[in-house]
Design a protein around this ligand. Structure first.
Ligand code: SF4
Ligand code: SF4
Length: 255
């Protein structure tokens, strides 16, 4: 815990393959317009009451999510708009440099740092080769956070935008008719939306009109009988994953 970690990018390009990259909404429009694919990942947390003020992890979840209901149950929904590709990123050049360097997503700018401030950086979970972490590299991470100023600023910007856009993502889901989510920590419901429909919805959203008042009615998707029973007992709406077609616009991904 809290180890000092040294790091410098070797520009090997390994981190630019097989990704699900979380995007801000303004980055999403750019990604789509450059021909990339985007999916919408949804998970939801039962939220019968507000957590204690000192519960920082709960506060973080609250800031990243928007308020909604599932039947009689108050919930918070975490929606991630994600650039999705298998194999190399469509922007990766043959020399392993980024072909969209000036407009690359914030999440690319902070790698290998963690987006979530409650997750400690673990080099073994990253794509970077051993030489990137060598003892003669500059200090990148100490006392549980990044020390490199560019990474620090990009991480702060990413979190600020992520929190600001949470209620706007509620509006986006409402416009797209999306209202199914997995139980948090159990999986995701992944919604695939046609590029034109997503661009049209994004163009209708006022990014400055932030409101947490759109309490739409969401339905949980689960593959577990015990989860289904528990959610039904507390008044939520639930559908079994078998009712979700993997070839349709919605699929269920269990952890
Ligand atoms: S946008 Fe650039 S940095 Fe980000 S994954 Fe693609 S090639 Fe890599
Ligand atoms: S995997 Fe690590 S070392 Fe390689 S390009 Fe990505 S950030 Fe740099």
């Amino acid at each position: 815990m809290d180890a000092t970690i040294r790091f410098s990018c070797t520009q090997c390009g390994k981190c630019c393959h097989n990704l699900r990259l979380p995007l801000s909404l303004s980055e999403t429009a750019g990604w789509l317009n450059r021909g990339g694919n985007v999916q919408i990942f949804c998970e939801a947390i039962p939220w019968p009451q507000e957590p204690a003020a000192g519960n920082l992890q709960a506060r973080h979840k609250r800031d990243r999510s928007f308020a909604a209901v599932s039947g009689d149950l108050p919930i918070r929904v975490v929606v991630s708009v994600v650039a999705s590709f298998d194999g190399p990123c469509p922007h990766l050049l043959p020399n392993m440099r980024c072909g969209a360097y000036d407009v690359r997503p914030l999440v690319c700018r902070i790698y290998p740092a963690e987006v979530n401030p409650f997750i400690e950086l673990a080099p073994t979970s990253k794509a970077c080769p051993p030489e990137a972490w060598a003892v003669d590299q500059p200090v990148f991470w100490a006392a549980g956070k990044a020390v490199d100023l560019v990474t620090v600023r990009a991480s702060e910007q990413l979190r600020t935008i992520d929190f600001h856009e949470a209620p706007i993502r509620a509006r986006l889901c409402s416009l797209l008719g999306i209202a199914n989510a997995a139980l948090a920590n159990e999986g995701f419901v992944i919604h695939s939306v046609k590029r034109e429909a997503l661009l049209a919805a994004l163009s209708r959203i006022n990014m400055d009109a932030v409101s947490d008042l759109d309490r739409s009615d969401w339905e949980f998707v689960t593959s577990k009988a015990s989860t289904r029973e528990t959610l039904l007992e507390i008044g939520a709406r639930v559908v079994d994953r078998d009712a979700v077609s993997p070839t349709g616009s919605m699929e269920y991904l269990a952890f």
